[in-house]
Design a binder for this molecule. Structure first.
Ligand SMILES: [Zn+2]
Length: 224
């Protein structure tokens, strides 16, 4: 099974992806997906039911903004995969605990991309997470992904990959492959043990320009 483990729907506010477009593109690219909207799980239901019809597996996830309890500053984003319910944005230890209670897979997205909301406390807290995203197609430089991969290998941390798609053309540009998985539950167990490989290509920097305009409310979908 192949999974693009990081992408957004329009419910993230900075993406234009409609659920039906995500499933259509995923099918075309022959990948299953994890939906990881920013602090929202509102697309889970629709994507799961559309995915069932199309034969695209959907991992319910979320990309959550976290803060440091001591200085109240942003600590960066964490991703929960295989969640059962919403995890509220908050202090990072509370977010980690809340994901752990749900037996979710805790992933650190784009950990060395300092131009985005990378999780600053990784070096201190890496034992508390399950996986590191060692390929994110939206990283501004290959070196950020290379650093993530090296860090994961050094500490023996399993790796994931994702397009971080905010636009349809990005879907499937990075993915992980779990060769022995037949079901989502199999995939979860194998990913936790790092029994998967990671592949991807970087997106054009133009996707960041488009995201800037999406945040301003351009391209807002109608009828939702
Ligand atoms: Zn993201």
């Amino acid at each position: 099974m192949k999974f693009d483990c990081h992408m957004h729907s329009f419910r993230s506010g900075d993406s234009i992806n409609l659920p039906k477009t995500i499933i259509h593109k995923a099918k075309e690219k022959k990948v299953s997906i994890a939906i990881t909207d920013h602090n929202s799980i509102r697309s889970w239901k629709e994507l799961t039911s559309l995915g069932q019809k199309a034969g695209v597996q959907v991992i319910p996830g979320e990309e959550i903004m976290t803060f440091d309890e001591t200085n109240q500053k942003i600590t960066g984003e964490l991703i929960g995969l295989f969640l059962n319910e919403l995890v509220k944005s908050g202090y990072y230890m509370e977010v980690i605990d809340s994901m752990r209670e749900q037996d979710a897979l805790i992933v650190v997205p784009h950990p060395f991309d300092f131009l985005r909301n990378n999780f600053f406390s990784l070096k201190k807290e890496w034992k508390k997470v399950d996986c590191i995203e060692s390929f994110n197609s939206r990283c501004y430089s290959d070196s950020f992904n290379a650093k993530a991969k090296a860090f994961a290998e050094l500490h023996g941390i399993p790796q994931t990959a994702g397009s971080d798609a905010h636009f349809p053309e990005e879907i499937g540009s990075a993915f992980l492959e779990v060769p022995k998985a037949d079901s989502l539950e199999d995939a979860r167990k194998l990913m936790k043990k790092g029994k998967n490989s990671v592949q991807g290509k970087r997106s054009s920097v133009m996707v960041h320009v488009k995201t800037f305009f999406a945040k301003k409310g351009f391209f807002k979908p109608k009828n939702y």
